[in-house]
Design a protein around this ligand. Structure first.
Ligand SMILES: *Cc1c(COP(=O)(O)O)cnc(C)c1O
Length: 437
């Protein structure tokens, strides 16, 4: 008898695909109902797109949802972060510490304030800022620590807040990936001095092109109002009882003009949709968490693959699990590259699997060479800042992001059969890694 040639197992080698069923609407987001449509249409019919009456209701509801005193709506998350930096006193010649792996909007506005960004390392198991890589970066002009709850994972806030209080620094939480997520039971965005976040159409709380900031600090709130909400400077809000008496004389004299020269208000088609989306968010988020936890439970113990989620019973959660990632450990798979692993998963029928996340920012030319103010010098050093620029090799974990992380399906509904089929695609490739190499 002639030996039969071994049939390939993996689809990338011509074997059968793990995933053949149509995914249906399991990935569709946001969930838009008639109520969203009616809310937006009402704004259009009233011609109320540019006002603030609906936005103020949304702000009040958002602040209540987060258990915060103040919320301020923005045209996008990028601007909420710029305003937060300015409100926290970041100015020309200052420094802000920020993780290198994040979306650029977490820190790029610092340059427009004449400040430098001192990039910190991330942890390979959380993909969030490494609290041990913060303190030695603090200099005489450091004003702000920016933390990002990256891909939904809550940053380790306790040591970060301790360092910040010791050195009298402000902490801004970029919550753009983690609306509704919790750290040891506390909602993300409520532990730093300001929480600022995107609410754009791709995020887990998606209301259009919008952003919002929250704080318990009236002074920071008023500074944000003065910076880009010029028509509200010095005015009491009808919706926040606690800010009825807002009259900060130092800022009030600027009323009518935005101190930053920015126009920051939210389009009210977004705030109208936001009011509707917020009503359902906790329930929809809980379903996402059930689905994503189901996916990871199915992959428990598979070599090379590690869940990107806090330990069970830690009271820390992943919020809406935005930009969901898995952790990759090539050494458990005989050195198979993350890139090749992902290509094999795509061949199994899930096209959304790719290596990495956001590319590290500390090596980007904007933070080395860009001269925003035409001063004949890179902005990172043109206002007398220390030169904190860092080249390749300085933050090895951040620089290895394409080898340690990959995208996974972001399920919006907890449907066991389809989730199981997706988990099977990842499991199959990991268990047959030798066939890929
Ligand atoms: C999306 C995002 C932002 C920017 O928000 P926009 O609404 O797109 O301006 C900021 N930070 C992070 C981490 C983001 O993912």
């Amino acid at each position: 008898m002639k030996p039969q040639p071994k049939k390939p197992t993996l689809a990338i080698n011509g074997g059968p695909k793990a995933l053949t069923k149509d995914a249906g609407d399991i990935f569709k987001w946001p969930i838009v109902t008639k109520a969203d449509e009616n809310a937006v249409l009402d704004v259009l019919r009233r011609g109320a797109m540019s006002g603030t009456d609906i936005t103020k209701h949304f702000e009040k509801e958002y602040a209540d949802w987060m258990g915060m005193k103040f919320a301020l709506g923005y045209c996008n998350g990028t601007e909420s972060l710029r305003a937060a930096m300015w409100a926290c006193g970041l100015g020309a010649g200052d420094e802000m510490i920020c993780p290198s792996v994040t979306y650029w909007a977490s820190c790029t506005a610092a340059l427009t304030l004449g400040a430098a960004v001192n990039f910190a390392e991330i942890l390979p198991d959380t993909l969030c800022i490494d609290p041990k890589d913060i303190e030695h970066r603090i200099g005489p002009r450091t004003k702000v620590i920016m933390v990002v709850h990256y891909c939904g994972y809550p940053c380790d806030m306790d040591p970060i807040m301790k360092i910040a209080r010791k050195h009298k620094l402000k902490v801004i939480e970029d919550v753009s990936h983690a609306h509704g997520g919790r750290y040891k039971g506390k909602m993300l965005g409520t532990m730093g001095d300001i929480g600022a976040m995107s609410l754009m159409a791709g995020k887990s709380l998606a209301i259009g092109e919008a952003g919002i900031m929250v704080t318990n600090n009236r002074d920071l709130y008023e500074r944000c109002v003065a910076y880009g909400h010029y028509e509200r400077t010095g005015l009491p809000s009808n919706f926040n009882a606690v800010d009825r008496s807002i009259f900060n004389p130092a800022l009030n004299k600027f009323a009518g003009l935005p101190l930053g020269g920015y126009k920051h208000r939210m389009n009210q088609t977004c705030s109208a949709m936001g009011r509707e989306q917020l009503k359902h968010y906790d329930r929809r988020m809980a379903e996402i968490q059930a689905a994503m936890n189901r996916f990871w439970d199915l992959l428990d113990g598979v070599p090379g693959l590690k869940a990107h989620r806090p330990p069970a019973n830690s009271k820390s959660t992943m919020g809406g699990w935005y930009a969901a990632r898995g952790l990759y450990r090539a050494e458990e798979l005989g050195g198979l590259s993350c890139e090749k692993f992902c290509a094999a998963v795509r061949a199994e029928g899930f096209g959304g699997c790719s290596p990495g996340a956001n590319m590290p920012l500390h090596t980007h030319a904007v933070f080395h060479e860009a001269d925003l103010f035409n001063m004949g010098k890179p902005t990172m050093i043109s206002f007398g800042q220390r030169d904190v620029r860092q080249g390749p090799g300085s933050l090895p974990v951040a620089e290895s992001i394409r080898e340690i992380a990959y995208s996974i399906p972001w399920f919006k509904h907890d449907r066991p059969a389809i989730i199981k089929a997706h988990a099977q695609a990842y499991r199959k490739v990991a268990e047959h890694a030798d066939e890929v190499r």
